[in-house]
Write a protein that binds this ligand. Structure first.
Ligand code: PLP
Length: 450
């Protein structure tokens, strides 16, 4: 039986009524990518207020590695709600937050002893990672990369790359943030080999520490091992390894922002594992909470212990509800069978996307990503690689009409990214890819590139 079931037009009348109220009650700046209102969601499906059931390949923007309302998370939450809803960790401790810190310390990359600080959102984790890095190194500079996304607070907006969508009109931004180029293999100069391009980028990295900032001024280099908002661009392993060497050579810390790409999203627990690099700090959020707001900074004990007592924390940090949800989510995500299944979903999906590209080579310029963290990049011309944002919007609208939720990504907003629950069955992968095939065919025909 198909997972998708549409009973009304999309959006249906009940969704339209709720969306009209949203538009009257909330500012348009609070973006919305679809016009549907959801009543309930389980596994990889979401049912809207009109009774339409969709396959969810947005996953709350990568929030749902373990799927919607997984039984063990829901049971843990039910049990916790009767006992204790809130305990500000500044006032007193609750064992669930300590258990979670112990688990994350054991799971974080690298053999050095670790400590974990718990926060509420990805942006807050990144801000805190910067505070900790500055406190430890007694330096101010933060190096970030072209295409990166780190959040919407003032400091994390300073660290975020894409200007028009995220930063326009909101400055001035926090100082002492230096941006260096990030290798995007798809956009390398025509005729240049991957090897030569990575060599060139390694030289650019070294040049950046002369041209933009001196490494002795830098507290931390903050990197997404696979860029999320940036369009699922994977940092080449050799380039990451050189970055690690430069950090070691000059006393800079390496912070891996795994808010989107971590927690099994690439088929390994941490995306940076693919590059064989150990960061000093790693930030995680999204799928860690299985739907509850929680984030963490996990890092070398000596680094994490630098801030003075009382320097870190917040009213909600380490909320008992979020911690029990995260512990249950980790029970699932850390199972080798779960990660193997995530990798298998990635292979199956990639096979379909590559086949789709072969059918529509004039429209789909690139298929990329790591494991099941996959995206397609839409272009007006495969030779010039001119981005095609309108085609991307049309594909996302066409998938929605057929009951599949997909969302955009990329500096040029011209990628369709797939962040499904990693609990998908093969039948659900195939159903979603059938919908994508039909949607791309419709758009390619309409735009004259079929
Ligand atoms: C890599 C990365 N870092 C940080 C953030 C910010 O997380 P949050 O929206 O929870 O503040 C995001 C959110 O998409 C992200 O993808």
């Amino acid at each position: 039986m198909p997972a998708i079931s549409l009973r009304t037009e999309v959006p249906g009348p009940n969704s339209r009524a709720i969306l009209a109220r949203r538009d009257a009650a909330m500012p348009p700046g609070a973006a919305r990518l679809t016009p549907i209102a959801i009543a309930r969601a389980h596994g990889a499906t979401m049912t809207d207020v009109d009774g339409n059931t969709f396959l969810d390949f947005a996953g709350g923007i990568g929030m749902l590695a373990v799927g919607h309302t997984p039984a063990n998370v829901v049971a843990a939450l039910h049990a916790q709600t009767d006992e204790l809803l809130h305990m500000c960790a500044i006032v007193a401790s609750h064992e669930s937050s300590i258990l979670l810190a112990e688990r994350l310390n054991a799971l974080a990359p690298g053999p050095a002893p670790k400590r974990t600080a718990l926060m509420n959102s990805g942006a807050e984790a990144l801000e805190t990672a910067v505070h900790i890095s500055r406190s430890y190194t007694r330096r101010q500079g933060i190096v970030v990369f072209e295409g990166s996304y780190h959040g919407r607070t003032n400091l994390t907006l300073a660290m975020t790359s894409k200007f028009n969508l995220f930063k326009k009109g909101f400055g001035p931004f926090a100082p002492e943030v230096y941006r260096l180029p990030f290798p995007n293999l798809y956009r390398r100069p025509a005729g240049m080999s991957e090897e030569a391009y990575v060599d060139w980028h390694i030289a650019q990295l070294e040049h950046g520490f002369v041209a933009f900032v001196d490494p002795t001024h830098v507290a931390a280099c903050v990197i997404e091992p696979v860029q999320g908002e940036g369009g699922f661009v994977t940092a080449p392993a050799r380039w990451m390894q050189r970055l690690r060497q430069l950090c070691d050579q000059h006393g800079m810390l390496l912070v891996a922002d795994e808010v989107q790409c971590g927690m099994g999203r690439t088929g390994k627990l941490w995306a940076i594992e693919h590059a064989g690099v150990v960061p000093d700090l790693v930030t995680t959020a999204k799928s860690l909470g299985a739907g509850l707001p929680i984030s963490a900074i996990i890092g070398r004990a000596d680094v994490m212990e630098a801030p003075h007592p009382g320097g870190l924390g917040g009213t909600y940090s380490g909320s008992p509800l979020a911690c029990v949800a995260a512990l249950a989510a980790l029970d699932t995500i850390t199972q080798p069978a779960f990660l193997a299944r995530a990798a298998a979903i990635g292979e199956r999906t990639r096979g379909r996307l590559v086949a789709l590209q072969a059918h529509f080579p004039k429209l789909i310029g690139d298929v990329r990503g790591l494991g099941p963290m996959l995206a397609i990049e839409l272009v007006k011309d495969p030779v010039t690689r001119e981005p095609w944002m309108e085609a991307t919007q049309q594909v996302n609208a066409a998938t929605l009409q057929r009951g599949l939720i997909t969302i955009r990504a990329g500096l040029y907003s011209n990628c369709v990214r797939f962040l499904p629950p990693l609990t998908l069955t093969d039948a659900e992968v195939d159903e979603a890819m059938d919908v994508l095939d039909a949607s791309v065919a419709e758009v390619a025909t309409k735009l004259g590139v079929a």
